[in-house]
Design a protein around this ligand. Structure first.
Ligand code: ZN
Length: 450
């Protein structure tokens, strides 16, 4: 068993108050020592990584994505559209998704995230057209192959256009199929591997694409197996109007009425909440995934991150699906969070460290994980190391500030469970050019099939 000393970093963000300027000691997939400035390891080390030129962060944690959407980035018919027409344009394209395309999209998205310093990914997959029934199993296999930590959320759509919903009939499933498959996936993949890589959560797509029964039944199933619950909520004003028309309730009242207002739930976007709703979310400990780029691209609004956190909600960060971002770079998303939050709050009320916190400890709390998202003894050795060696950083003074303000996008080295996955900005697990080539041709095939 190798003991590694990540020695004397230039700067380090631990997400806690520890002085860690002496670095970290890693053994057996975990952090076993955190050293203050000038300290040396108490145990014999087999290997040393000189981090004197590195800014060290906990491995970043992404709490919302749709991997398959990497196949419809910058897609001409969907450009410059509002959320509902944007979705209605893309559904018929997505409905043709084939298993091989889905596997490539999953791998590409995970590797893209990894290269940006992300070590834990959450994906919200809700498309199960004929032939793609095992979409989540495919994602689990890819995550295990890459050695990436993943929370795979079993999405669902059960309310088609014919029943007043938004998606076409070909992509919705019956309630029984959804529930049976959800239970099967929990038993097969949730916390079944030795390294704690895989978790499963249940994720009806949104109030406008599932029935009330599936919302209730998913909450019951999640409670029975103690897994997370996830959905999109309060993303746009259109959604508020839809919920008032369809259910006679605002989105949060509806969520409460179906048994979801609790701390196993995390919501993507969470923008259009009033003061009273923010307090209710905080009291319940319901998590929010802030998706800055997506919210800007679709002109959805600005999440009330500070009020939500003060009320008691964990708040994390997500890149969201590539069709509305259109990248999967979590380091860049930290900068976007800083910039968009500065439109809501004063410059001293939301700092660059607050933005990094969202993507590390905040996101871990959203996923109800206390073993990742910070650098401390006993935590998983999921670590992202950045170098300030590009022109954009030249002359920068504060290393942590430079990472966010000058716009870092690529990690120099990334470790998951004590294993190097990226070194010298290169993915060690395969040939990135070949993966991109196969993924690009899958994207062309999917688009041209419509
Ligand atoms: Zn989304």
């Amino acid at each position: 068993m190798t003991t590694l000393w990540i020695k004397n970093p230039n700067a380090i963000f631990t997400a806690n108050t520890l002085d860690a300027r002496g670095g970290l000691v890693v053994r057996d997939g975990h952090i076993v020592e955190v050293l203050s400035a000038g300290q040396t390891p108490t145990q014999t080390v087999d290997d040393t990584f000189d981090a004197s030129e590195h800014v060290v962060l906990p491995g970043l944690v992404n709490t919302h994505h749709h991997f398959y959407q990497t196949l419809t980035r910058a897609c001409p018919p969907a450009l410059n559209k509002r959320l509902f027409p944007w979705l209605k344009t893309l559904y018929p394209i997505w409905a043709g998704l084939q298993p091989e395309q889905h596997a490539l999209a999953t791998e590409l998205a995970m590797v893209e995230l990894l290269l940006s310093g992300c070590t834990t990914v959450a994906d919200h997959h809700y498309l199960f057209p004929a032939g793609l029934e095992n979409a989540i199993d495919t994602q689990a296999e890819v995550a295990l192959k890459l050695g990436m930590r993943a929370t795979l959320t079993r999405g669902s759509m059960s309310l088609s256009e014919d029943d007043g919903g938004l998606p076409p009939r070909t992509v919705v499933q019956s309630e029984q199929v959804i529930l049976d498959d959800s239970e099967r996936l929990i038993k097969r993949w949730h916390q079944q591997d030795e390294k704690g890589l895989l978790q499963v959560a249940l994720a009806p797509c949104s109030p406008f694409s599932v029935t009330t029964d599936i919302m209730r039944a998913s909450a019951e199933l999640a409670e029975r197996y103690d897994v997370g619950l996830h959905t999109h909520l309060a993303e746009t004003e259109d959604e508020n109007n839809f919920c008032l028309r369809m259910f006679g309730q605002r989105p949060l009242d509806y969520l409460d009425s179906v048994g979801w207002l609790n701390n196993r739930t995390w919501l993507a976007h969470g923008i259009h909440f009033n003061d009273e709703e923010v307090q209710r979310l905080g009291a319940a400990g319901t998590g929010i995934c802030h998706c800055p780029s997506s919210n800007m691209v679709l002109a959805s609004g600005i999440c009330r991150v500070k009020e939500l956190r003060e009320a008691g909600s964990p708040v994390g960060l997500g890149v969201d699906g590539s069709a509305s971002n259109d990248h999967s770079n979590l380091m860049q998303e930290i900068r976007q969070a800083l910039l968009i939050q500065r439109l809501r709050y004063q410059a001293d009320e939301f700092t660059h460290e607050d933005a990094i916190y969202l993507a590390t400890k905040g996101s871990a709390q959203v996923l109800r994980r206390d073993d990742i998202g910070e650098l401390a003894v006993g935590k998983k050795a999921d670590i992202a190391l950045f170098k300030l060696d590009e022109p954009r950083f030249s002359g920068a003074h504060d290393p942590l500030g430079a990472l966010v303000l000058c716009g870092a996008s690529q990690a120099d080295a990334v470790m998951i469970h004590g294993e190097w996955k990226v070194r010298n900005k290169q993915w060690l697990g395969g040939d990135i050019k070949q993966l991109m080539s196969r993924h690009s041709s899958a994207a062309k095939t999917l688009f041209s099939a419509v």
